[in-house]
Write a protein that binds this ligand. Structure first.
Ligand SMILES: [Zn+2]
Length: 178
């Protein structure tokens, strides 16, 4: 009888611990963004994806845009066009024109790259684990054209606590009409 009681107690403890682990901030990206959206993109967004050869991309994009979007390059901090742009408008993908970020989610960050706390629609973004340069980061990719945009970190402001750190060179800014 005592044995059953102890086993039951252990089982309940394990369940409680699991529950807590699932809610820890470290899992925000995995549970909230990564898995569900990437699967959704694969299932529903397949038809409107853009596929081009690297030669075609090279012809269409500027060398800087090509380096970032197609070769996962990163512009140097404080050198891009938009890190200190706070005009009202929309930031679209330089590769395919998809509207990615709105100026009202952009915030002043000391990192030197345009920073947003959320995308216009999370289904327009693909999240991928990036282990390059000895770091584990979450890469942010345009769901439509597969272009590399930047990374997302968990040190952003409310309401999401996320910081989408995006290369200016992967986007074009469309000012709001006055
Ligand atoms: Zn795109």
């Amino acid at each position: 009888m005592l044995k059953i009681f102890i086993l039951g107690f252990i089982a309940i403890s394990v369940l409680v611990l699991w529950n807590y682990a699932g809610r820890s901030p470290k899992n925000i990206l995995l549970t909230k963004n990564n898995m569900p959206d990437s699967t959704k993109n694969k299932e529903s967004g397949m038809n409107d994806k853009i596929f081009k050869t690297e030669d075609e991309w090279k012809k269409e994009l500027s060398p800087e845009q090509y380096k970032i979007l197609r070769e996962k390059g990163t512009e140097r901090a404080f050198t891009g066009k938009y890190w200190n742009n706070f005009e009202l408008g929309t930031y679209v993908c330089a590769g395919c024109g998809t509207e990615l970020f709105n100026s009202d989610t952009k915030f002043e960050s000391s990192c030197g790259w345009p920073s947003y706390f959320e995308p216009i629609d999370s289904s327009r973004i693909i999240y991928r684990e990036d282990k390059s340069f000895g770091m584990t980061r979450t890469e942010v990719i345009c769901a439509k054209c597969g272009g590399h945009l930047g990374h997302v970190f968990e040190d952003g402001p409310p309401p999401t606590g996320l910081r989408y750190c995006i290369n200016s060179g992967s986007m074009k800014f469309i000012p709001k009409e006055k």
